[in-house]
Ligand binder design. Structure first.
Ligand code: IPM
Ligand code: MG
Length: 369
């Protein structure tokens, strides 16, 4: 196949470069064994970019990101940049990418891999077989709403404001992504907000209900966000797809992630709307952070990033079979007993980040033989 698939790697900070290094290994494997090549470019983001250019995302990097089929990001942030002004902080690089590429639909699956069901902090029978997807709105709401400021008050105190704001169009487009996904999955959608106290919640519920009429086969439920948090730990298997705003989605997706036993296992995709040719801009990243405490020690779990690459193949390149293959290889490696520290269990074999990546390629060799 021709190398017309443009991919930009942004490894970022902390364990980002290590886990992305293991994806390179899979990409090399794809090249050699499946004859699938990518035009691969790599650049800086987050604290690494701030140190080099004084900005968490340079214009040149943003420009590259705008002109590829998919961006793969490792992780951003770390204590080193804690005192940097907010608009220069590593997180700003990530948020700018989401906003400028108009990546409004953040897909965060929480799937329990059978070999890891016992690693969950919940009882095994509550989580085994769990397969849910959170669709988090990711370019609006409290993250980006204006005003967003801290001002001085005459009494010497300060006043801090974040603005939770959503328009019809913003809610509409993310809900449609979620309805479409639910149609391809279990046919059930929970729309999550706080319509009992928030105007954005009232509008959200109204729009979700309206769109629901166009999807008569999807079972639509409305749920308050606090109840959703509770239901996620009470009976997570009641959910198929959840659609929610940026802030609730941030919180609920961490909660859902932990149901699976480790944040180190979960991939994500963030997509824009489709253009005339059906092409969507996209960014793929593990849900976990930069884990500065273990950075540079070859201890990180590369599987969430490897699974993010599988999502890249599935959603950006329509290569579902190859994505399946990678997911299967990851499942088999775990079933064989290999574990990185974050998912270590009694009787299993502790391996490094590199060894885990290698094991996945060895397994791919076996599966493809
Ligand atoms: C996430 C992260 C980010 C967010 C941070 C790093 C800005 O927590 O992707 O969930 O809050 O969106
Ligand atoms: Mg988060």
């Amino acid at each position: 196949m021709a190398a017309n698939k443009k991919l930009l790697f942004l490894p970022g900070d902390g364990i980002g470069p290590e886990v992305m290094g293991q994806v390179r290994r899979i990409i090399d494997w794809m090249d050699q064994r499946r004859h699938v090549s990518f035009d691969l470019d790599e650049d800086l983001v987050g604290g690494a970019a701030y140190d080099a250019h004084g900005s968490a995302l340079s214009d040149a990097t943003l420009d590259k990101a705008m002109n590829v089929d998919a961006v793969m990001l490792g992780a951003v942030g770390g204590p080193k940049w804690d005192n940097v002004e907010r608009h220069h902080r590593p997180e700003a690089g990530l948020l700018t990418l989401r906003k400028e590429l108009d990546l409004f639909a953040n897909l965060r699956p929480a799937t329990v891999i059978p070999a890891l069901a016992e690693a969950s902090s919940l009882k095994t029978d509550l989580v085994s077989g769990l397969d849910l997807m959170i669709v988090r709105e990711s370019t609006g709401g409290a993250y980006f709403g204006l005003p967003k400021e801290i001002t001085d008050l005459p009494d010497g105190g300060k006043r801090a404001v974040d603005t939770q704001v959503y328009t019809t169009a913003e809610i509409d487009r993310v809900c449609r992504v979620a309805f479409d996904l639910a149609g391809k999955r279990g046919g059930k959608l929970h729309s999550v907000e706080k319509a009992n106290v928030m105007e954005t919640g009232v509008l959200w519920r109204e729009i979700a209900t309206e769109i629901g009429k166009e999807y008569p086969d999807i079972e639509l439920h409305h749920m308050y966000a606090d109840n959703c948090a509770m239901q996620l730990v009470r009976e997570p298997k009641q959910f198929d797809v959840i659609v929610t705003d940026n802030l609730f989605g941030d919180i609920l997706s961490d909660c859902a992630a932990m149901l699976t036993g480790s944040l180190g296992m979960l991939p994500s995709a963030t997509l824009s709307g489709a253009d005339e040719s059906g092409r969507r801009r996209a960014m793929y990243e593990p849900v976990h952070g930069s884990a500065p405490d273990i950075a540079g020690q070859d201890k990180a779990n590369p599987l969430a990033t490897i699974l993010s690459y599988a999502m890249t193949l599935r959603y950006s390149f329509d290569m579902g079979e190859d994505a399946d293959l990678i997911e299967k290889a990851v499942g088999n490696v775990l079933a064989s007993g290999l574990r990185t520290g974050d998912i270590m269990q009694n009787g299993m074999t502790l391996v490094s980040c590199t060894a885990m990546g290698e094991a996945v390629t060895v397994e791919l060799d076996k599966l493809a033989a």
